[in-house]
Design a protein around this ligand. Sequence first.
Ligand SMILES: Cc1cc2nc3c(=O)[nH]c(=O)nc-3n(C[C@H](O)[C@H](O)[C@H](O)COP(=O)(O)O)c2cc1C
Length: 340
Amino acid sequence: MYHKKLKNKDKIFSVAPMIDWTDRNCRFFHRVLTKHALLYSEMIVADAVIHGDRDKLLGDDTTGPVALQLGGSEPQKLGDAVRFAAPYNYGEINLNVGCPSDRVQSGTFGACLMRTPELVGECVAAMKAETDLPVTVKCRIGVDDQDTGPALNDLAHAVWNAGCDGLWVHGRKAWLEGLSPKQNREIPPLDYPRVHRLKQENPSHFIGLNGGIQTLIQAREALTSDMAELDGIMVGRASYQSPSILREVDQTFYGDAADPKSYEEIIDVMTAYAAQHLQMGGRLHQVTRHMIGLFQAVPGARRWRQILSSEATQFDAGVDVIERAFSEVDLTGSLSGEAA
Ligand SMILES: Cc1cc2nc3c(=O)[nH]c(=O)nc-3n(C[C@H](O)[C@H](O)[C@H](O)COP(=O)(O)O)c2cc1C
């Protein structure tokens, strides 16, 4: 289904890959909120897929379009990882060329690959050779002192020549020297026009924009400029920290006529999921930590957060904690964020 979407050039809304955040429990939760958004996994390094516990790393109960993001810079290993991932039913495989963390730099992958577009092309070709799924790349507009004109063009053309099916561009540089990963998501200035220009010059390629989007209104606005109309928007931190925005994605982006799920339904489904998770030996907090931001600016939202951050972390916490926390939330009222 997603493959068809890429070809049809429908607009795609995606939740960004985020290490430690978009794990399988998080993706299940996000899927309860939106049927259609494309959900990215956290980055999983190719070596881990090859040598690690694949069921644990790759297993996923999430229905609908889910993409696996891989990290690596060795074509052979990335190809092997794609082959090993085949039984796990992902809808797309993505290569990380945007992450600036030290750990990632030391393995020569992530954003520093912006400097070696040919190698990235070889990686994509090796991944494509192992799958019929779409293979996409997530990159920056450049790193350090690179000129974002040629830097992004060279990377884009190298991956397109290798058959890459889509390019997600985090519309800012990564500064690899001296900034932490967190600072690298905030300090280098956003440059959406650079991404729109890439689309204007390459209208037949799928190009999506990532970075700094807080609301669905902003997401729709960022799709279009007088230069070009992009193919998709990827939202990271806002999706995670204020997940209720995902409730409206099916209507706003996909023209779904159905009303968003009620909060009661969301809590019911998540309570059942958490119960199953506990039965299989998991801990409540592994599920509920992703739900902490669900309520904002309503009376009781603060109690909801407090209960999930304290009681749900207890070793023997059961699903009654979710019910208790939810009973504190008054959905009929509305307060400003802090008062809540
Ligand atoms: C906690 C966290 C972990 C992240 N991990 C990844 C990752 O695994 N792979 C990746 O390509 N980007 C990763 N990113 C970057 C996001 O995918 C995204 O590019 C960035 O947050 C900017 O988008 P936003 O402003 O919508 O959050 C991560 C971001 C955060 C906040």
